[in-house]
Design a protein around this ligand. Structure first.
Ligand SMILES: [Zn+2]
Length: 469
């Protein structure tokens, strides 16, 4: 593998310039990360390790809800059977499409299952389960994270974060990871934290024990295959239909969610493959918008897989623009409300987590638009693992994060606000990662974090200009 940090500036500069005009490399993380045209980013490619695993029957059909952990998955099957007998005896709720209308009328008001969807319960009632992480312990700190990736056109967004030495926690959907493996690898290369966001992005409390286990298990396996790391955190879709009365008709209009059109299927010049890929993603988003839910049964299954449940207290509603009357101005107002809470002292003792998405160009652009204000308002903006002082965020202990004090002392406010555009700044803005990941699919190491920083100076504005449609 290329070790770019050992290259001299002149060689590196030459390499970068060459990359800008050479044919696109769709075979490596670095090559994929250098692509600046969202049409190219989102055209389908095949990565051999994923193709082999899928052909070999190692995964459920991509984007289909998991139904079983079959006998040919001996490891998964054994693991499931080992815990199945101890899973809390809580019946599945509603449907995996998110219809709880036949369930909630008879569900006790006491919320015996600690069903977050019902009353935002975060303190389990089943003994032995840890409370959900809904805030971060560090005062005036934002635990920064994004759901639903990896998005195929995220290069401009990830370039933006890299240029500012900023890492975040990325909640990845297993099916997206297998669709866009090189994009998932970029998260590790850039020093972001990866957490699990289920296999098919359906409603977790509706699944059987085995299916719920599979939704998490196969996402863990996909992330391990592709990036070499095994996450220790997860987040479910959050269904708000029952949380806010004004959202009661959300499901009636969710089919209108068409914002996942990073590449407009009808855009002139789009290749047939790009158009098909974009259409497929649009259809997925339309059918399965980013809600979610969790109860003690699902928490238990997740905990048995070593997954800490991460939730939030603030919602940007960025995914919901165009639905139920939510506008772009509403999303901006939600960001402003979070920022106003910092000034008001809301986070003077405990920091914040806000729900934001890598779902489409609007959500990513809005994140970039608001990043400077977040950095100025909060004392610190850090990945959730860093805010929790979790220095080994993966099962693989050879991959470590900086602790909170190290991360924040290494994180230049000037860099965060202005970005970097020369090589000399790269050392000061390197990410929180160190060490390497060792899986079969890993083409990345902590050292790569610093590399992509100077590339923004060369390509960054072009990337942003191209991608911000
Ligand atoms: Zn989601």
């Amino acid at each position: 593998m290329l070790k770019p940090c050992s290259l001299s500036f002149s060689i590196l500069a030459g390499l970068l310039l060459t990359q800008s005009v050479a044919a696109q490399d769709r075979t490596t993380e670095q090559g994929e990360a250098a692509i600046t045209d969202p049409n190219v980013e989102c055209s389908i490619y095949s990565w051999p390790p994923v193709a082999a695993a899928v052909t070999g029957g190692q995964f459920p059909p991509i984007w289909d809800p998991v139904t079983e952990v079959p006998a040919n998955d001996t490891e998964g099957r054994a693991k499931f059977l080992a815990i199945n007998g101890s899973i809390p005896n809580i019946a599945p709720k509603g449907t995996i499409a998110g219809d709880f209308s036949n369930f909630t009328p008879t569900y006790p008001a006491t919320d015996p299952d600690c069903w977050w969807t019902f009353h935002q319960c975060v303190t389990p009632k089943v003994a032995g389960l840890n409370p959900d992480v809904a805030s971060v312990p560090e005062p005036r700190t934002l635990g920064y994270g994004f759901d639903d990736g990896p998005n195929c056109s995220h290069n401009a967004f990830y370039d933006y974060l890299s240029a500012r030495g900023q890492q975040a926690t990325m909640f990845y959907i297993g099916s997206n990871v297998l669709d866009w493996p090189l994009e998932a690898q970029r998260a590790v290369a850039d020093g972001h934290q990866i957490c699990v966001h289920t296999w098919s992005h359906r409603y977790m409390t509706a699944f059987s024990n085995e299916a719920a286990f599979g939704e998490l298990w196969y996402t863990l396996k996909a992330i391990k295959l592709v990036t070499g790391v095994t996450p220790t955190c997860w987040r479910s879709r959050i269904e708000r239909k029952w949380r806010r009365s004004e959202d009661a008709n959300v499901d009636d209009v969710e089919g209108q969610e068409g914002r996942d059109t990073d590449v407009d299927p009808a855009e002139p010049g789009a290749t047939r493959e790009v158009a098909i890929a974009a259409l497929c993603r649009w259809m997925r988003a339309a059918m399965w918008p980013p809600y979610g839910d969790v109860d003690d049964r699902i928490r238990y299954i997740a905990a048995q897989l070593g997954l800490e449940t991460i939730i939030w207290k603030y919602d940007s509603f960025d995914w919901m623009v165009g639905l139920n009357g939510i506008t772009e101005q509403d999303v901006q107002a939600n960001y402003q409300a979070l920022i106003a809470n910092v000034s008001a002292g809301t986070f003077d003792t405990v920091g914040a987590i806000m729900l934001t998405h890598e779902l489409n160009n609007f959500t990513m652009q809005t994140a970039m638009d608001n990043y400077p204000a977040l950095v100025q308002a909060f004392d610190h903006v850090v990945p959730i693992a860093v805010a929790l002082n979790q220095t080994t965020p993966y099962v693989e202990t050879n991959y470590t994060f900086l602790n909170f004090d190290q991360y924040t002392s290494n994180h230049s406010a000037a860099t965060a606000l202005n970005g970097t555009n020369n090589l000399t700044d790269s050392s000061g803005s390197s990410g929180s990662s160190s060490g390497t990941s060792s899986g079969s699919g890993s083409g990345s190491s902590g050292a790569a974090v610093g590399l992509r920083v100077p590339t923004l100076g060369v390509f960054g504005m072009m990337v942003l200009g191209l991608a911000m449609m």
